[in-house]
Design a protein around this ligand. Structure first.
Ligand code: ZN
Length: 694
């Protein structure tokens, strides 16, 4: 309150002072002109106060009330005064300069009625002034801003206190007058000129209209160059970075690519001339999600499109292919931010076909097992981003798949050599054979040309056991992984052999007697044991295994396999395997079905090893008579026979004690089923039944 009074007092003093000066100046002017008339030639010119300026107008302008007067001679400046109907004159401004003729009163208050007047001054004093002044009803102009948007030029303004309507005006640069383009109610503070064409240069203004229909002025300096938002024609996530292409924008002087990360700020990528309609962000971090936009620019005026999402993608590095025994292994180095990888293979038509997707970004290899030995394949790997596109790796790596050979047999002969034989492999250009003494390390034995699939190793010592593996050589000069290994057998393939088999055990007495006689004659047999008996007779299983007998699977509960569900069948077999392996460390590789029942698809398909039947049935369980069993075997024995007995009965044990030395005396080698099949060159298949090696 105190402050206001003080300001009023100062203004009052100025007011009083100026009017006394005004009165003095008038008198002085009159006296000077009289003197001039009296002595026109004898004295130097005397400075007199300027004449009273004529008022031209006081009118609304964009930033206040604009007062205009006619400049007068000899003036050094002008004082501008304002009053309302209720107050006296108040000096509101002084402008220096003879030629000054306008002043804008920016302190005027909207919806007020003001009178303005002006006097001129110089060192001699002040002119008079129009004491009535010019009346003006001041209506302020809404404070206006103009910007470009995707749909056109947006004109927005601040709310005007007394407007009942707003009128929007436009003046294209170079046009002679403003054009009224739209009238809006007083609750609207924005308008979009959708008719603006790209490159158009224009001023926009907004006037407030009061309820009596009188409108105020415009802020007439709101200039804009409209540029339509560049239309993104296409964009590509490439290994160089995100590439953006756009349509030309009329009026654009240049373009700027900008980018930001999620939640980040826009930053400049690059600015290009208006002749360039595409660009690449080469500084992006691979895999990071960016938003990209393109700005059209003309001077300080710009417009940009909606952002697109892009990634700099990176192809997997160091793609390699390698032969595995069962396929081609493709491996690569991962890249940052990848979501996963996809492996591609070229088909016969030369098109890439996706053959595998990793489920995650931490898997860097895949083995393609869908390959044929001797055929060549080309592979590549792509990085995948969940949002964004993939990028292939290199042109691809071509490799000829060559399967590892299968080593079939390593047969010892009494002439002190081992004949090693293996399967021929398509695409191989040769073979490399490795040998070791059991317990030792493999070393290269020999390299052989492609046509040769057997080799007779004469560097053997009687009584020693050897193992062999073989690799195939590829046209590229590399080698396949090793084949399976085979130990040299001490069997003579030229002498007859028989496989004695015992089911349903182990038992205590009978199994012990049978193992005793086998041990005594250095003979072997195969025991198809019942899983539920394995734990109780584990000592028998251990002993049989140590005597190089073979332990086969005869189901867990001696069930008729053909009547079981798939699940029960699998359990019967796997549970038995598990218990045997717990004792010997080796899982059975043969199965004999209880009662010989296997002839259903379910059994065949779900038996993960060969099914072993028999060719000589002693019916020992029926006769329980050792002599009957011995006679049956004597009259039915032949090279390759599989003889069925059961190690539950003392009669069977007694028969075995007689028949083992007898068969040996007849020249038979007593061997396990697996040994006999191998020696006879029979490659058994899972789920297939075999009843002899003949
Ligand atoms: Zn049985």
């Amino acid at each position: 309150m105190k402050k206001k009074i003080a300001v009023f007092l100062i203004i009052s003093c100025v007011f009083i002072a100026s009017f006394s000066i005004l009165a003095y100046a008038n008198t002085n002017q009159a006296r000077q002109s009289a003197t001039t008339q009296e002595q026109p030639t004898t004295t130097a010119p005397v400075l007199v106060a300027p004449a009273t300026p004529n008022l031209v107008y006081a009118k609304n302008s964009g930033y206040g009330v604009k007062v205009k007067w006619q400049p007068v001679e000899n003036a050094e400046g002008y004082n501008i005064y304002r009053r309302t109907a209720a107050t006296g004159w108040i000096l509101i401004a002084t402008v220096n300069g003879q030629g000054k003729s306008t002043y804008t009163d920016k302190t005027a208050v909207n919806a007020s009625d003001y009178f303005y007047t002006v006097d001129a001054f110089n060192k001699a004093g002040r002119s008079g002034s129009n004491s009535t002044g010019i009346l003006i009803h001041y209506i302020s102009a809404p404070v206006t801003t103009v910007t470009n948007s995707k749909t056109g030029v947006v004109i927005s303004w601040t709310q005007h206190p007394t407007a009942t309507k707003y009128k929007i005006y436009k003046k294209v640069e170079g046009a002679s007058s403003w054009k009224h383009v739209k009238t809006l109610n007083n609750a609207t503070f924005t308008y979009t000129d959708k008719k603006a064409v790209s490159g158009e240069r224009a001023y926009y203004g907004v006037a407030a209209v009061e309820n009596n229909g009188v409108r105020g002025s415009l802020q007439k300096d709101k200039f804009n160059v409209f540029l339509s938002a560049p239309v993104i024609k296409k964009y590509k996530n490439t290994s160089l970075g995100v590439k953006v292409y756009w349509e030309p924008v009329a009026g654009a002087e240049k373009y700027r690519i900008i980018r930001k990360t999620e939640g980040g700020k826009w930053e400049k990528v690059k600015t290009v001339s208006n002749k360039t309609l595409g660009g690449t962000d080469k500084n992006a971090v691979p895999g990071v999600k960016y938003y990209y936009s393109v700005k059209a620019i003309a001077g300080k005026y710009t417009n940009r499109n909606s952002a697109i999402v892009g990634y700099k993608v990176e192809a997997p590095k160091a793609i390699k292919t390698k032969l595995e025994s069962n396929g081609v292994k493709i491996s690569w180095q991962g890249v940052q931010h990848a979501d996963y990888y996809a492996v591609y293979k070229k088909d016969g038509a030369g098109k890439w076909v996706k053959i595998h997707s990793t489920k995650n970004n931490s898997t860097f290899s895949y083995t393609d097992k869908n390959v044929v030995s001797g055929a060549s394949y080309t592979y590549t790997v792509a990085t995948w981003y969940k949002k964004g596109k993939s990028i292939y790796g290199s042109e691809g790596k071509t490799i000829q798949f060559v399967a590892s050979p299968k080593l079939i047999s390593a047969v010892y002969s009494p002439q002190n050599n081992v004949t090693v034989s293996w399967s021929a492999v398509n695409g191989a250009v040769g073979y490399k054979l490795y040998k070791k003494e059991v317990g030792g390390k493999y070393a290269v034995l020999t390299e052989l040309p492609v046509g040769q699939t057997t080799f007779v190793d004469t560097a053997v010592v009687a009584g020693k056991e050897y193992a062999y593996v073989v690799k195939a050589k590829t046209a590229a000069g590399t080698f396949t992984p090793k084949s399976n290994s085979k130990k040299s057998s001490t069997l003579d393939p030229n002498k007859p052999m028989i496989a004695l088999t015992f089911d349903d055990g182990p038992s205590n007495s009978a199994t012990t007697r049978i193992l005793n006689v086998l041990e005594k004659h250095n003979a072997r047999a195969t025991f198809f044991v019942v899983g539920s008996r394995v734990d109780s007779y584990s000592y028998q299983i251990k002993r049989a295994y140590n005597l190089k007998c073979e332990i086969g699977n005869h189901s867990y509960g001696h069930k008729t396999l053909t009547s079981l569900s798939v699940d029960s069948l699998k359990w019967e077999l796997s549970e038995t395997d598990r218990r045997i392996q717990a004792i010997t460390g080796v899982s059975p590789v043969l199965m004999r079905p209880p009662g010989g029942s296997y002839k259903t698809d379910t059994v065949r398909k779900n038996t993960p090893y060969p099914i072993i039947m028999w060719s000589v049935d002693t019916r020992d369980w029926e006769s329980r008579n050792a002599t009957a069993v011995v006679n049956h075997i004597k009259s039915h024995a032949y090279d390759g026979a599989i003889i069925l007995m059961h190690d539950l009965y003392d009669s069977t044990a007694a028969a075995t004690e007689i028949i083992v030395p007898w068969l040996i005396s007849q020249g038979y080698q007593l061997v396990t089923v697996s040994e006999m099949m191998e020696a006879k060159g029979i490659q058994m298949q899972n789920g297939v039944a075999y009843s002899s090696a003949r």
